[in-house]
Design a protein around this ligand. Structure first.
Ligand code: GDP
Ligand code: ZN
Length: 322
């Protein structure tokens, strides 16, 4: 039996206890398991190793078989990661992805409508973990006939642009706006997030038709079948870069963010908070709160302030059906 050490492989997928790895920028995935030592680390985490992680390990080749058996022994320090409360085991945390260069949250210009608290929990998480984030409004082609939706999506776009976020508009159907997006994705590992049905898979397929990701019509037919627990997966794009896609996000329980810190991750709330009378003002019931005044004057959108209050009261909440 031969043992061959490897270094700096990237995790591109996890299915149960099996991991797929490749040596970026080469796309030649192989399967690996975790060493016993790393499995123990999963005490507080449902997954000690996440998609995007850089890992070291070794591969074993037996003489009479070409079968490779690879073991991950070490996780390299993370540049960043996104984490949320585990859906099933509330005391555990789940790392969504590690070493993300850019995160995108997709919204639909029409249906389905993403609740503001979902958007805001994602933005806060990105902000808190120092992952740059951009909003993408998809299905803009439908606004031609679904004119009832124009006011709503314009309002949504305004809210986030005024808060300082970059908002892009695309149509996965017609390809409008996707060339600009492809440029931004180049040479980066990007995370695509958003509730089910907003068009994450369709957009990925439009960016790279060779991906053949399942879209709604197909995956709905699968719902009656057995569920595999594939969460996040990295895909290479022909135009350059990699996207990490997920089959559906249920929501984000905030972790490791204190009540005092929370407003720091709402740029437009934070901007006015220096005017509050009290230093540790949480902008809830306190007198002479500059944030509440700004909300009353319409300078801070009520939707954002409501999201903020919800998160303050219920950091674990925000679970949405996918
Ligand atoms: P996901 O759950 O976020 O991956 O969403 P899907 O990619 O499965 O898309 C959900 C549904 O929206 C499918 O029926 C798609 O055909 C449709 N869809 C996705 N993007 C667009 C778009 O840009 N325009 C239109 N008209 N439909 C779209
Ligand atoms: Zn205040």
């Amino acid at each position: 039996m031969e043992q061959q050490v490897f270094q700096n492989a990237t995790v591109i997928k996890q299915t149960g206890s099996l991991y797929r790895l490749t040596f970026l920028p080469i796309w030649d995935p192989f399967t690996a398991v975790l060493s016993g030592k790393l499995r123990l680390k999963g005490d507080k985490l449902t997954n000690p190793v996440a998609v995007g992680d850089k890992v070291n390990g070794f591969r074993q080749t037996t003489d009479n078989s070409k079968e490779n058996h690879a073991v991950i022994t070490e996780i390299l320090p993370r540049k960043n990661y996104l984490i949320r409360k585990s859906v099933n085991l509330s005391r555990q945390a789940h790392i969504i992805a590690a070493n993300i260069d850019w995160a995108y949250i997709l919204l639909s210009a029409t249906e389905p409508e993403t609740p503001f608290p979902f958007i805001d929990r994602f933005l806060v998480t990105c902000q808190a973990y120092r992952v740059p984030v951009t909003l993408i409004i998809n299905k803009t082609d439908e606004l031609q006939w679904a004119t009832d939706y124009i006011a709503r999506i314009t309002h949504t776009r305004d809210i986030y642009q005024k808060a300082g976020y970059h908002v892009m508009e695309v149509s996965a159907k017609t390809g409008e706006g996707t060339a600009e997006l492809a440029k931004q994705l180049k040479n980066k590992i990007s995370l695509f997030s958003g509730i089910s049905g907003v068009g994450k898979s369709s957009l990925a397929n439009k960016l790279d038709p060779s991906l053949h990701l399942k879209t709604a019509q197909i995956s709905r037919a699968h719902l009656t079948g057995k569920h595999t627990t594939t969460f996040y997966e990295m895909h290479p794009l022909q135009s350059g870069g990699y996207i990490v896609d997920s089959p559906g996000i249920r929501g984000f329980g905030l972790l490791e963010i204190t009540k005092e810190e929370l407003s720091h991750y709402f740029p437009e709330i934070f901007a006015v908070s220096s005017g509050c009378r009290f230093n540790g003002c949480l902008h809830a019931e306190e007198p002479d709160c500059a944030v509440r005044e700004a909300v009353e004057k319409g300078l801070i959108p009520a939707e954002r302030y409501e999201s903020y209050l919800k998160m303050l009261e219920d950091p674990d909440g925000g679970k949405y059906r996918t």
